[in-house]
Design a protein around this ligand. Structure first.
Ligand SMILES: [Zn+2]
Length: 129
């Protein structure tokens, strides 16, 4: 893992992994917004070679993409609040599901043998019974 190579401590790795979905959502919103702006501004209204209907359709698609980026940003902010809430509860010791080896924060996943917990700090897995 690249975080090990960079010398990031286990607890900081856990924090980075907990915030990664919101980071990805916000980065995706930024990319989607730049793409939607390209759609919206690619064909200026004074372009004589394109039909007005095509330009209007492109602008409408661009607007939908821009609203999608706003929704994605909102999801990223909500996930950011949720991750902060989980980390605060973990710090106080109020989260019951913790890693058996390092007592780090765990994430629930589903694999071939059913549901299991994966530690965000050390990467160990434990099956849920
Ligand atoms: Zn662990």
């Amino acid at each position: 893992m690249i975080l090990d190579l960079l010398g990031v401590s286990r607890q900081n790795q856990m924090i980075i992994r907990e915030y990664m979905p919101s980071i990805l959502f916000m980065g995706g919103a930024f990319l989607l917004q730049s793409w939607g702006e390209g759609f919206y501004n690619n064909h200026p209204p004074d372009n004589a070679y394109l039909s007005p209907l095509f330009i209007a359709a492109n602008q409408q698609i661009g607007l939908w993409i821009l609203w999608g980026s706003v929704a994605m940003l909102a999801l990223g902010v909500l996930r950011l609040f949720y991750s902060t809430y989980r980390l605060l509860k973990w710090e106080k010791g109020e989260i019951l599901e913790c890693c058996d080896f390092c007592s780090g924060l765990v994430k629930e996943k589903y694999g071939r043998y059913g549901a299991y917990h994966k530690c965000l700090a050390c990467g160990a897995t434990h099956s849920i019974r």
